[in-house]
Design a protein around this ligand. Structure first.
Ligand code: GUN
Length: 281
């Protein structure tokens, strides 16, 4: 049977609508709009698109966004000074520094400079640590968005064999922590994993975030597995994921498309985090 396609755009739209209503009610109650500062360094076309989508979402639901656009030759010191200023600004609730950063700016230093309570990306070591010890606060947007998406499927995640392919700090690792929090039995795969096919084939729930087009062959998928594809790869001007979608959809019970799957959930979760950051301040 062909898989049910998970409509991330629709699920994200419903979340955004709820957030819009809550923000609107808070304004009636005298609370100012949440405010997100977005730092974009250089002119990476993909980053420009991502940042534009985030600002459009802010505008749609009543979050104020502040753009800090910096030249690619901005010094690391200047970036850190700007972050510190935004940390001290009581009218700013969330700070997002779009990655990738230019090679001369140390991403680790920049992330650690953001106040943990304004870290709406959920990348700060304190926020990752809180997730690891089952006390999540500001959670990494993409993995948390995936969990929100899974919750709409009305399937019991407890005890599921979940395999995560890709072990990045920003996606794969927090994804595994989120799945542990849901009481899944989690297998993590990385670029050195031996016999990836067997690890994929044992997964009732497969999450792929490797950034390699068609890395996971459709025939590897376990019958009726849930397949979440976080990869975004550009091929001949078109976006494709990390999973061989056309074959995988014939084996999976549910599958996310690329585009229109996880991507919109990341943006919606960022909006939720910005509202949460305001509540934390
Ligand atoms: N670059 C690609 N995705 C993201 C994201 O979710 N947050 C940030 N800060 N940069 C990104």
């Amino acid at each position: 049977m062909t898989a049910q396609i998970i409509d991330g755009k629709k699920i994200a739209g419903e979340l955004l609508q709820k957030l819009k209503e809550e923000i609107s009610q808070r304004k009636i109650d005298g609370v100012r709009s949440p405010c997100l500062a977005v730092l974009l360094i250089g002119d990476n076309p993909a980053s420009e698109v991502y940042v534009r989508n985030k600002k459009i979402a802010c505008e749609k639901i009543g979050i104020k966004s502040i753009s800090v656009d910096l030249r690619s030759d901005v010094s690391e010191e200047e970036v850190l000074t700007i972050v510190k200023k935004l940390n001290d600004d009581n009218t700013v609730d969330g700070i997002l520094v779009q990655s990738p950063l230019p090679a001369h700016v140390d991403e680790k230093l920049v992330i650690e400079a953001i106040s943990p309570n304004k870290d709406v990306d959920g990348f700060h070591p304190l926020n990752i640590g809180l997730l690891a010890i089952k006390r999540p606060k500001l959670r990494s947007c993409t993995p948390y968005g995936v969990i929100k998406m899974l919750k709409t499927l009305n399937v019991d995640l407890v005890g599921m064999n979940a395999t995560v392919v890709g072990a990045s700090n920003n996606v794969g690792r927090p994804m595994a922590l989120e799945l542990l929090l849901e009481n899944c039995t989690v297998t993590m795969c990385n670029s050195k994993t031996k016999n990836l096919e067997s690890k994929v084939n044992q997964a009732d729930l497969l999450v792929v975030a490797a950034g390699i087009k068609n890395l996971v062959k459709g025939e590897w998928i376990k019958q009726d597995a849930i397949v979440i594809d976080i990869g975004i790869n550009r091929v001949d001007g078109k976006l494709v994921g990390d999973v061989e979608f056309s074959v995988a959809k014939e084996k999976a019970s549910f599958i996310t498309p690329v585009p229109g799957g996880v991507g919109p959930m990341t943006v919606a979760t960022l909006m939720e985090n910005t509202l949460l950051a305001q509540k934390l301040s």
